[in-house]
Design a protein around this ligand. Structure first.
Ligand SMILES: Nc1nc2c(ncn2[C@@H]2O[C@H](COP(=O)(O)OP(=O)(O)OP(=O)(O)O)[C@@H](O)[C@H]2O)c(=O)[nH]1
Ligand SMILES: [Mg+2]
Length: 315
């Protein structure tokens, strides 16, 4: 699925992509260098949809190239989703011309595109002029085109831009039959696990940390970030000690993956977290603290349904 990220230099395109798809925090994108021409990156969104993000460096010399006769088809064809992003503080005199060209070639080479998203970024800055920018970009656009366009004032710094991009991509999941089938199967497996083990389950995608599915249905949760770190830590040091102990005991058939489960214990339940694959993490929350329930979940995490989950996730 090809996602176009387009717009003038410094708009925040690369920041948006990295913070949304890689779970980076804003500090980590403060000093990004300008993107040199076309940067293409692949991500798995929510574990069920492959994204091919075309992050197009916005400096003028690149713009000329994207619109040139020899390049425009390659850049603008086969786009599923297109996002035009601007820095709302800086209204350059040529931005409307860039926007018009973007729309022209996008509609010419991806005529089936339904929605075009415009993000007016950096509204956290006191000098941002998103209302003026809206006027500049929408002035005298024809009605049919206006229907396709959705303008949203956002901020990557404050998180609303990421929220909006996730919303846009979730809408793409809903339109994608294959992704919806995958999601249906995953939900079914989680529900089976719940019934069999008296526990609730949440499945998260790595590395963006977004929820893929849960036995609670739709939930608005913060991305799971700490888990990545803790599992990473386990892999690096506990595994070494484990390895030595196994060798001291002359045991040779131990595997690294068996160290991918973390258990938390609270006054009223157990929380177990296990990596399903490189791409996903499953979290189980037991209904009570009975040991049978705990061992039921442990069995389930080593059972068929757990294995089957892998089949429906893209890794
Ligand atoms: N204050 C503020 N700064 C932002 C925001 N989003 C991005 N920035 C900053 O804007 C600068 C440019 O961001 P980039 O993501 O590199 O912009 P870009 O659109 O990829 O630029 P090109 O690659 O040159 O096209 C960075 O220093 C970001 O930290 C925002 O919402 N608020
Ligand atoms: Mg960039």
């Amino acid at each position: 699925m090809k996602i176009l990220l387009f717009g003038p230099a410094g708009a925040g395109k690369t920041s948006l992509m990295r913070t949304t798809c890689l779970g980076y925090n804003f500090m980590k994108v403060l000093n990004l260098k300008p993107t040199k021409g076309v940067s293409r990156e692949n991500f798995i969104f929510r574990g069920i949809m492959e994204l091919n993000v075309w992050d197009l460096g916005g400096q003028e010399r690149y713009m000329e190239r994207y619109f040139s006769e020899s390049q425009r088809e390659r850049i603008f064809s086969e786009s599923t989703t297109a996002v035009f992003m601007v820095d709302s503080v800086v209204i350059d005199s040529n931005v409307r011309e860039i926007f018009d060209n973007f729309l022209k070639y996008l509609l010419e080479f991806s005529p089936n595109i339904e929605n075009i998203y415009v993000l007016l970024n950096k509204i956290d800055l006191p000098k941002s002029r998103e209302d003026d920018f809206f006027k500049v970009l929408s002035d005298e656009l024809n009605e049919n085109l206006m229907k396709k366009l959705a303008f949203t004032p956002v901020s990557v710094k404050e998180g609303s831009a990421q929220h909006r991009l996730i919303e846009i991509l979730d809408y793409e999941i809903q339109k994608n039959t294959l992704s919806m089938q995958r999601l249906g199967k995953i939900r079914h497996l989680l529900d089976q696990l719940k019934v069999n083990t008296l526990s609730e389950y949440l499945l998260f995608n790595q590395p963006d940390g977004l929820l893929i599915a849960s036995t609670f249905g739709k939930l608005d949760l913060k991305p799971l970030q700490f888990m990545k770190f803790e599992i990473g830590t386990l892999d690096s040091n506990i595994y070494n000690i484990y390895q030595q102990v196994m060798e001291l005991q002359n045991i040779s058939n131990y595997s690294a993956l068996s160290l991918s489960t973390i258990v938390y214990e609270s006054d009223n339940c157990y929380i177990l977290v296990k990596e399903v694959s490189n791409g996903a993490v499953l979290m189980a929350i037991t209904k009570n603290r009975q040991l049978e329930v705990f061992s039921g979940v442990m069995n389930a995490l080593n059972g068929e349904e757990f294995e089957n989950l892998k089949e429906f996730l893209i890794t």
